[in-house]
Write a protein that binds this ligand. Structure first.
Ligand code: SF4
Length: 413
């Protein structure tokens, strides 16, 4: 985009280069890190960042959604893609080894929009390159543009295979659409496929949940995410649950104990299908764990681009402005899209590591001082059967995972 262009959304643009984020610095268990390297004991490992690209556009706003995505005018999307391409050009994406298009619904982008972003990304084989796809949006020509970009993994936001539950959530798909799209993806060589389910949607019953799990078995996917409904006031359904009303189906939302039962049933069913839980909400066959998401949970570096995208260098964290209109405004005026930058101290870093790492089946490794600090509380949790503490590692037991939030809060005192 040329300097001072006026985009289709009427927002002026500039061509001033954005500051390049510092990438590749990481603190680690032994607290010895240098630029671009991670040290585990005496071993030195090159730390490649994951690249996250935010596409905050959706065809409809789902009732349960608490993300900063929305249904925006097409003109804004056109400007957003141009601005995003500029931010990607000025960022250090070359050292990235994983790529993730998240949203929103990145699958909403037309092939030419996707190609505009692809053109400014490194042209090579990614260790893992994922796109989040809303069922019904995986048209053959779109799949072709994904394959051209090197996408080798698709995360399908199915949420429920029951059409009535999906409709109540604001989605339009049926299970046959999902089945057809998965077949198309496989025919085009994308074999690494993940399906998202949500336990606790309006109109969900034991029977509809069972049907969703049966579809997982039928489709034979290698990765499944099972989320429990969040009832905060950032979604329309969440607000209705808190304030009352019937427009979004709050009265037909299963109770908490039913939701826990759905989750436990999923754990059992997925285990029987060979999908092991490797994070509280994530299940995978061997070799199918999400390499990109593991970087978040292991606090490895990642660089985010676009609105509401977060980045972590290993030492510093920063995030971009939250909404697409604000992002385009900032970029168009030649300003940095960054909103917040912080450099957490050692205490905060340990807290973050516990918060994210303890949700994984591998748990976390502690340094000597960290071990000394956490040992008394870890011992109490171990006595309760929630935690396994084997110096220098701690991890939650199957039972502890059910109380993960409580266990983590107690461990951090
Ligand atoms: S749940 Fe996904 S598809 Fe639905 S509104 Fe939110 S980001 Fe968009």
């Amino acid at each position: 985009m040329a300097a001072a262009d006026v985009g289709e959304s009427g927002i002026r643009s500039g061509d001033e280069a954005l500051p390049t984020p510092t990438a590749g610095v990481r603190c680690c268990w032994t607290a010895t890190s240098h630029r671009n390297h991670v040290y585990f004991g005496r071993a030195r490992i090159l730390a490649s960042p994951g690249i996250y690209i935010s596409i905050p556009f959706c065809a409809q706003k789902c009732t349960y959604c608490n993300f900063r995505s929305d249904v925006y005018a097409r003109a804004l999307r056109t400007d957003y893609v141009r601005c995003l391409a500029r931010e990607l050009c000025s960022g250090d994406t070359r050292r990235g080894d994983t790529l993730y298009f998240g949203g929103g619904s990145p699958s909403l982008l037309e092939p030419e929009e996707f190609e505009a972003l692809s053109a400014v990304l490194p042209h090579r084989r990614w260790a893992e390159a994922t796109i989040e796809v809303a069922p019904g949006e995986a048209a053959p020509e779109r799949i072709s543009s994904w394959v051209e970009t090197g996408i080798n993994r698709v995360s399908l936001g199915v949420q429920s295979f029951d059409p009535a539950v999906a409709r109540a959530a604001g989605r339009k798909h049926d299970p046959e659409t999902v089945q057809t799209e998965i077949r198309c993806l496989r025919e085009r060589g994308i074999l690494n496929i993940s399906v998202d389910l949500i336990a606790g949607l309006a109109r969900q019953t034991a029977l509809t949940w069972r049907r969703s799990l049966d579809w997982i078995e039928r489709l034979g996917v290698g990765h499944v995410s099972v989320y429990m409904l969040e009832t905060d006031d950032a979604s329309r359904l969440g607000r209705e649950l808190q304030a009352g009303g019937s427009r979004y189906g709050a009265r037909s939302v299963p109770c908490e104990s039913e939701i826990v039962d759905f989750y436990l049933e999923a754990v059992e069913q997925l285990r029987s299908l060979g999908l092991e839980r490797y994070e509280v909400s994530n299940f995978a066959r061997p070799g199918r764990r999400s390499a990109h998401n593991l970087k978040y949970w292991r606090m490895e570096p990642y660089l985010g681009f676009g609105s509401d995208a977060h980045s972590f260098s290993g030492r510093r964290r920063w995030s971009n402005v939250a909404t697409a209109p604000e992002y385009v405004r900032r970029m168009a005026s030649g300003s940095s899209p960054r909103d917040r930058v912080e450099e957490p101290g050692p205490k905060r870093m340990l807290e973050d590591r516990v918060l994210t790492g303890l949700r994984t089946s591998d748990g976390i490794r502690l340094g000597n001082d960290e071990w000394r600090e956490l040992r008394p509380r870890a011992r109490r949790l171990a006595d309760r059967g929630w935690l396994i503490a084997e110096r220098p590692s701690i991890r939650l037991t199957d039972r502890g995972i059910l109380f993960a939030d409580e266990a983590i809060a107690e461990l951090l005192g």
